[in-house]
Design a protein around this ligand. Structure first.
Ligand code: NAP
Length: 242
């Protein structure tokens, strides 16, 4: 049974990924602030899979990432599959973004992808096997007004993904990114009012937002051997939004 570490899996898309992969993999749930949600999810998954643990780590902090991987490896051995999912959004005019906020979002969304991948890769190389999936966004491709900082963090993930895939393909490691449109999670519910959400829905061809489970279904395929020839790609899943 392969081991999957999903960053930011206490809630939202990450939790849906953990549920979807639970039957086939050893699961490492990562949380930062939502300990109760992470432990409730762990108990739920353990009803059918004894190989589930939840580990606290702020994934933008190198020593916390190191600690998380040490605990993961003591429990389950090497991490075979890394899902870099943790992220935060930010809405603001460019001129109103203070530099501290800029650094926080880049640390959480982008630097975390570097730190977790850097820690996972040596063991993947030694096994000549690994899969990394980075959670990007539609805004990383087309950019969004009032979300320049978020867009920049996700755009950088896209190019990092493509470059990583080239460097790691000879070592049997596949690297892809998923770029969802709008997904019905706390991130959206907290950031927009009901009327703004209704207006946004009208811009999507399907007239609805994605369910987290629909993103998890794509992850399930991409981490499987059925996707063995897919690497270096940014996979769009946005209901026809773009
Ligand atoms: P969410 O519901 O707000 O959940 C965010 C998750 O990230 C939580 O589990 C949170 O954990 C975790 N997290 C945040 N900062 C962290 C940190 N420093 N260290 C560890 N974990 C951290 O968001 P979501 O919608 O599921 O988003 C998941 C990913 O999909 C993000 O990368 C997001 O940018 C991307 N995405 C979302 C949408 C959307 O419309 N929802 C669209 C495109 C892309 P705690 O609560 O435990 O702190």
């Amino acid at each position: 049974m392969k081991t999957v570490l999903i960053t930011g899996s206490s809630r939202g898309i990450g939790a849906a990924i953990a549920r979807r992969l639970n039957d086939e993999y050893k699961i490492i749930i990562n949380y930062n602030k939502s300990k109760d949600k992470a432990f409730t999810l762990m108990e739920e998954l353990r009803e059918t899979n004894p190989n589930v643990i939840a580990i606290k780590a702020n994934v933008s902090d190198e020593s916390e990432v190191e600690n998380m991987f040490s605990i993961a490896e003591k429990n389950f051995g090497h991490v075979d599959i890394l899902i870099n999912n943790a992220g935060i959004s930010h809405f603001s005019l460019i001129q109103d973004i203070d530099f501290g906020t800029w650094k926080d979002v880049i640390n959480t969304n982008l630097n975390s992808v570097f730190l977790n991948s850097k820690r996972a890769i040596p063991n993947m190389i030694s096994k000549q096997y690994g899969v990394i999936i980075n959670m990007s966004s539609i805004w990383g491709e087309i950019g969004a007004s009032m979300e320049t900082l978020y867009s920049a963090s996700k755009g950088a993930i896209n190019t990092f993904t493509k470059a990583m895939a080239k460097e790691l393909a000879p070592s049997g490691i596949r690297v892809n990114a998923i770029a969802p449109g709008i997904v019905d999670t706390d991130m959206m519910r907290n950031d927009f009012s009901e009327s703004e959400l209704l207006d946004l829905k009208k811009e999507v061809d399907t007239n609805r937002f994605a369910k987290p489970e629909e993103i998890a279904g794509l992850v399930s395929y991409l981490v499987s051997d059925e996707a063995s020839y897919i690497t270096g790609d940014i996979i769009h899943i946005n209901g026809g939004f773009y």
